[in-house]
Write a protein that binds this ligand. Structure first.
Ligand SMILES: N[C@@H](CCC(=O)N[C@@H](CS)C(=O)NCC(=O)O)C(=O)O
Length: 206
């Protein structure tokens, strides 16, 4: 398997799930600021986004949710997703979808507002409105984590790789985690996992 990722972006979550899976893979770092790298991504994925995963059987997956699911099912012994069809599996799909849609899109929306609107007061109003939704999703995640080590309980899953990556963006977009102490502790717990620490180092984030 070959994963194309950009440092610290949502594609880092797939890098973490691959590392946690113990499966052989190659990780290729892409720098969107380099025109040749951006062109490579466009050529692979018309949406111009990462992650892109090339599977061993010649297929391409370019959605986080699908990649997490795929890698987890390729390494069943690691329990990165519950067994398909079980009640906990649907609970996991529900949470994975929450991370991919509500959490990712609400926290991610706060990046690069200046690219959409130059006017500072307008930017401030847009940010205020977007912050409301981002905080709702962070609160939801914090609530789901109460009394647990990971979102599904005591078992680390691919959902944690994704939730950790997106919730860690709060430091880049100036969202305080003070109202979410459970989430803050969880981020430290996930970051301390050897596979996660290895990926953070490889991506140049620590
Ligand atoms: N639908 C995709 C979206 C992935 C996505 O938003 N990727 C962002 C990084 S988090 C990206 O590659 N943006 C292009 C850029 O930064 O130029 C998924 O959820 O997998």
């Amino acid at each position: 398997m070959k994963l194309y990722y950009s440092s610290g972006s949502c594609s880092m979550s797939c890098h973490i799930t691959l590392e946690e899976s113990g499966l052989p893979y190659e990780a290729v770092q892409v720098d969107f600021d380099k025109p040749t790298d951006a062109a490579l991504v466009e050529k692979m994925n018309a949406l111009g986004t990462l992650p892109v995963l090339h599977t061993d059987d010649g297929k391409q997956l370019d959605q986080n949710l699908a990649i997490h699911h795929y890698v987890a099912l390729k390494a069943p012994a690691k329990n990165l997703m519950p067994a398909p069809g079980t009640p906990t599996y649907f609970e996991a799909i529900n949470l994975l979808t929450f991370v991919a849609t509500d959490l990712h899109k609400s926290v991610g929306a706060l990046f690069g507002l200046a690219a959409y609107e130059n006017d500072k007061p307008v930017q401030a109003t847009v940010r205020k409105n977007l912050l409301g939704r981002a905080n709702e999703t962070l609160k939801y995640l914090d609530t789901k984590l109460q009394g647990k080590d990971y979102v599904m309980g005591s078992q680390f899953t691919a959902i944690d790789a994704y939730a950790f990556t997106v919730a860690s963006w709060t430091k880049y977009v100036d969202i305080s985690l003070a109202p979410y102490p459970t989430l803050e502790k969880y981020l430290g717990r996930v970051a301390a996992r050897p596979a996660v620490a290895k990926v953070l180092k490889e991506e140049g984030l620590v």
